[in-house]
Design a protein around this ligand. Sequence first.
Ligand SMILES: Nc1ncnc2c1ncn2[C@@H]1O[C@H](COP(=O)(O)OP(=O)(O)OP(=O)(O)O)[C@@H](O)[C@H]1O
Ligand SMILES: [Mg+2]
Length: 312
Amino acid sequence: MKVAVEINNLSKYYGSFQALKSLTLNIYEGEIFGLLGPNGAGKTTTLLILATVIKPSSGNVKVMGIDVTKEPLKVRKNIGFSFQEPKALRVDTVLDVLRWHGKICGLRGIELEENIRRIMANLGLAKYSGKMFMHLSGGLKKKVEVAKILIQKPKIAIFDEPTAQVDVIGKHAIWNLIRELRDEGSTIIIATNDMNEAEMLCDRIAIIHNGVIIVEGKPEELKDKIPSGDILEIELERNLTRKEIGLMVEKIGISNFKATGRNIIFYINRGEEMLPIIMEKMNSIGIKIKRTMIKEPTLDDVFFYFTGRTLR
Ligand SMILES: Nc1ncnc2c1ncn2[C@@H]1O[C@H](COP(=O)(O)OP(=O)(O)OP(=O)(O)O)[C@@H](O)[C@H]1O
Ligand SMILES: [Mg+2]
């Protein structure tokens, strides 16, 4: 895997306030990488530094091997940035905004027009194409902002909260188009405080809190970092005797469980893999199972485990 963005010991101060605390992170080519964290965590600050909009206080950042402080113009050639708070000129229509963006990114002619048409259709923007950007609702403005980068198809596409304020159908449309962009070869970096979005969309995630990266990995890997992270509920045909419970512990070798009446809850890792094993062993000591259910922890559980706070 080739590194697309290399962040080493990055710190950022706004005056005396330290927004980023020695961040170290690699983002790989061709992945959808998510920075997940609550308001004020430092997501936008990180993205703006990658995009050379603001400067690091210390540490270094390379985008496609190019240093963001030494050669910002070169870095910018590879980047498209969808801002958290979209803005446009007061006089521009949706079509103007998209055409203008395409043109400054070097796109021309039929290819550009076809691209704009396709993205607008996918995002349900076609009927607003002649409307002034400034008169659009928040969710529609966000769609236009995201559309700019989807049309641009940059090597590194950065989306700061790509679906904030967007309705559910719109969210899925945006996620699909972002996946398509990755499949065409772009590296995608998103910031979000929506754990569902992080989980649905991202190949890898870093959870950021108070300017510190707490943990990173694939969504499943993060969940597996919670000890005994899966919850396996089993309903039996009848209550167990004390002796049977003892036998069960001995046979299955899991002591982390709660048995109440006919229900047993196991706290285990890799619940999907363990379930058939547990069922077979229970069967072998004559315990009949009526129903099973595995509950996965969410990324919110992961966030809670590491910070003691919840994202919601
Ligand atoms: N220009 C600035 N001047 C002073 N403080 C700033 C500035 N920009 C950001 N901050 C502070 O830095 C911290 C990180 O802000 P940042 O915008 O990076 O967070 P975020 O994770 O993007 O949050 P959100 O989810 O609300 O967008 C916050 O405490 C914020 O108040
Ligand atoms: Mg932000």
